[in-house]
Design a protein. Structure first.
Length: 451
């Protein structure tokens, strides 16, 4: 048996991948061995254009020698010591300083974790303890939204509003309440953004009042919901209105920017699109450029100070929190973003991407094209006018995804939503290739399924 075949058999036998779909695994196993810029190379030498930035992480592209050098230099001095009790390391201090400098408003104190789930979990616990130690022990509820995704750990999962992720794991953590989403294309009330008068914001207030404001600790939202819904940008006025609602009722506001932060929307932080500052800002994924795992909760100084008083310690943390080597990685990623002007590039390339994606409206099967910056989605439907969905048994989105992979392009899909979220460094030529392949895939799908 050849080495490649052995690796494939071992992959199937010994590795349990995230979000496993064993029908896909039995059909084909893909093993990657090299990355360069926006490209990946598999074990057979085939090259792929990655249009999903390795699950929204590799925003600066693969193989940045300056990042590898920063890792090596730090590991040769001190590879790891945790941010623990009264112990710090120099890179972690410098990273916290840098985040305080670039984060909006008075978000200035960083609590480091290992990923997005831990970031959201930590922010939820901070919000609960904040009120508990102020004597408001009835404020324990967390309001999130339907169609949201906040992570896989139990607290973050309990805030998640996607049934497929949640249903097998009931009972969930008590005290989590769901409000209406801002998924305008599939408005829960069947309204249109031009005339809805922000019904989703009114529903949030109704939810708060229904639970009684004095029982609610925090509202957690993904300001632009992620890849599972295809980045539906909220209607104008919703995010500022949400901030005003939380202020009105004394509720803390958590922004989960794990998927959409760090330049992807054309702003360094998604909340800057509305000039709104949350009380907690959660980051991960692209935060490290995909090189090593780290997340962070950036907290307003006034809130953090409440945990610095005698007897108000936050008894929460993770062994590998505040890894100095990974802190060096993040500092280098921030440097690259600034040096190469990647946030502005996301605006310019994103506009070009949007213009070219809209060409796909020539196909009646394309119901909606939505997004912002470098985050876009194409939703396929049976009837554009009524938004009637395609028969899920056909798995049209998966067929198109597989077609793109065969053509040398990595595409993510969530059922019939095709998701595009490439690295910020993607060129116009690469955008052209991506659009050509998606266009071809949709045309071939129309023939195959006889739409």
């Amino acid at each position: 048996m050849e080495e490649k075949e052995k690796l494939i058999e071992s992959a199937k036998k010994y590795v349990w991948t995230s979000l496993s779909e064993y029908a896909d695994i039995e059909k084909e196993v893909k093993i990657f061995v090299k990355g360069e810029g926006c490209y990946l190379t598999d074990i057979n030498g085939k090259e792929y254009l990655d249009t999903f930035a390795s699950l929204l992480t590799t925003i600066c592209g693969h193989h940045r020698p300056e990042v590898a050098k920063a890792v090596q230099e730090q590991m040769e001095k001190l590879e790891f010591f945790p941010s623990y009790h009264d112990c710090y390391t120099v890179p972690v201090i410098k990273l916290a300083e840098k985040l305080a400098e670039i984060a909006p408003g008075d978000l200035s104190v960083s609590f480091f974790v290992n990923d997005g789930s831990e970031a959201n979990e930590s922010a939820i616990k901070m919000a609960k303890q904040y009120f508990w130690q102020k004597g408001e022990k009835n404020r324990y509820k967390i309001i999130s939204r339907r169609y949201s995704y906040h992570g896989a750990t139990y607290g973050a999962l309990s805030a998640t509003g996607l049934p497929d992720f949640v249903e097998p794991f009931h009972p969930l953590v008590p005290g989590f309440v769901k409000a209406m989403s801002t998924f305008c294309y599939h408005c829960e009330l069947g309204l249109e953004p031009s005339s809805c008068n922000l019904a989703c914001l009114k529903n949030m207030e109704q939810t708060i009042l229904g639970e009684k404001p004095g029982t609610v600790a925090a509202v957690i939202v993904d300001p632009i919901p992620g890849s599972n819904t295809g980045y539906p940008v909220p209607p104008d006025g919703y995010i500022p209105g949400l901030r005003a609602l939380c202020d009105k009722y004394g509720i803390l506001l958590i922004f989960d920017e794990v998927q959409v932060g760090f330049g992807k929307t054309g702003k360094m932080f998604a909340c800057e699109n509305w000039n709104v500052v949350p009380d907690f800002l959660c980051l991960a994924k692209g935060f490290t450029g995909g090189y090593l795992p780290m997340g962070v909760v950036i907290v307003k100084e006034g809130i953090a100070n409440e945990f610095r008083k005698p007897g108000k310690d936050f008894h929460h943390g993770f062994t590998f929190s505040g890894n100095p080597t990974i802190a060096c990685v993040v500092l280098k990623v921030i440097e690259i973003i600034k040096k190469e002007n990647l946030v502005q590039k996301a605006v310019e390339t994103g506009k070009y991407l949007e213009e070219n994606l809209r060409i796909l409206y020539e196909y009646p099967v394309v119901g909606d094209i939505r997004g912002i910056g470098m985050l876009w989605a194409v939703e396929l439907v049976e009837d554009r006018k009524t938004k009637k969905p395609l028969d899920s048994k056909l798995k049209v989105g998966t067929w198109i995804r597989d077609y793109c992979w065969k053509k040398g392009m990595i595409l993510r899909n969530n059922a019939e939503i095709l998701v595009i979220a490439p690295a910020l460094i993607m060129t116009r030529e690469q955008v052209d290739f991506m659009i050509d392949i998606i266009d071809e895939a949709i045309r071939e799908a129309i023939k195959h399924f006889k739409f």
